[in-house]
Design a protein around this ligand. Sequence first.
Ligand code: PLP
Length: 464
Amino acid sequence: MTENLQNRLYDTEEIQEKDNAFIHPWDMMDTVGDNKRTVIAEGDGIYIYDSDNNKLMDGPGGMWCVNIGHRRQEMADAIAEQVMQLSYASPWSITNGPASIFADEIAKRAPTDMNHVFFTTGGSTAVDSAVRMAHLYFQFQAKKSKTQIISRAYGYHGSTFLGAAITGKPREEECMTVAEGLVHHIPCPNPALKPEAMSMADFLDEKIADLENKILELGADNVACFVAEPIMASGGVIVPPEGYHKRTWEICKKYDVLYISDEVVTAFGRLGHYFASEDVFDIVPDFITTAKGLTSGYVPCGAVVVHDRIIKAFKEGDNNAMYSNGYTYSGHPVACAAGLKNMEIIDNEGLLAHVREVAPYFQSRLRELLEMPLVTEVRGMGLMASVECRVEGEDDMGTLYKVASLVDQYCQELGLIVRPIYSSCVMSPPLTITKDQIDDLVGMLRQGIERAQDDLIKEGVLNA
Ligand SMILES: Cc1ncc(COP(=O)(O)O)c(C=O)c1O
């Protein structure tokens, strides 16, 4: 008889040993089976605890997802109750209460006239699903050549074959084959890339022209959609110049190119609103993709929110259009019950208003770190930020990663998880974080960077 497979019966070393069977996301394949990773055993509020009971502040909020914080009893109860009531129902010809109600509640919180929701298993499948619906839309309208996709360098849109192709982070293409010939990347609108002599207004014009020129180069008749994150998260928390989204959205409308706003990170409170597209950036896209904070990471779930104009076009046409895309777990009752409880918590605890209140403090406290020699830039908005740690003038990837991993290691020793992406420490804590906890976060980050600085000065890599 097999029994007691629960992880709490194993000690740290046993788990690390068993972890050799687990191929982790983005693993270095030559190290599979050789790693000794920190084992995270518990979570509580904005903290997680490793299996040696070290308390760690969850700086990245898991992976930008634990919005309501860890260990919420009411969430545990909602999930357990749903499992006991109905653990699964096919989303094909039948439906279930949690999925229907969740779709309706998402629509109520979505931008104007975005009243339809397609459920997926996460962010990558949401991006795939939005693109596939955009393709169907144009096929249905007999604009069959409109298939090409435009996205941006440094955007991250997932790890499915299509999501990886839409992603514009350099490592993807270097390491693995991606879907060829369908996706076209335009330059990243990172204000830090602006030449010194150029004004921000001219830089913005240039970035808008990048999109328009790409559409014209491909031919508007060939372009289906533009995929963009409001703030590029995994690309390093890149906030484009003010007005960028509104103007790219207008360009898309001008050329009948559908706009897919990838809000896998920015939706569900990270910027102080359920969705950032309309409330923060004043755009109403054709599709919004969301995941992560949708269930605060308690249970996997993703969604595509679809504008009424898309649905209306299908209804008004002469032909039948089957959306031959869907997942066994689309509208999973347990995930949707978790999503509903997540919304209740966000609403009842006033978390959106809380984020709007503490975010300026979070951003300004982090910007104090700019006085440190290793900190070259601090970017961010809402409760997402990136502290760029690099040796000025040193572009060697080895040094970049070394700096990041030193900061990472020292911060963890001090009690803070950071998630270095390239050379930047990314912060997206649970939305429940208080101002005192923000002080602790910044204090630990400062000390961790100081320790890394000392090492680099000793090694002669950084000038004292
Ligand atoms: C903007 C964005 N889109 C899509 C994804 C992919 O989501 P998932 O990992 O849930 O498939 C991510 C993940 O980080 C993301 O940040």
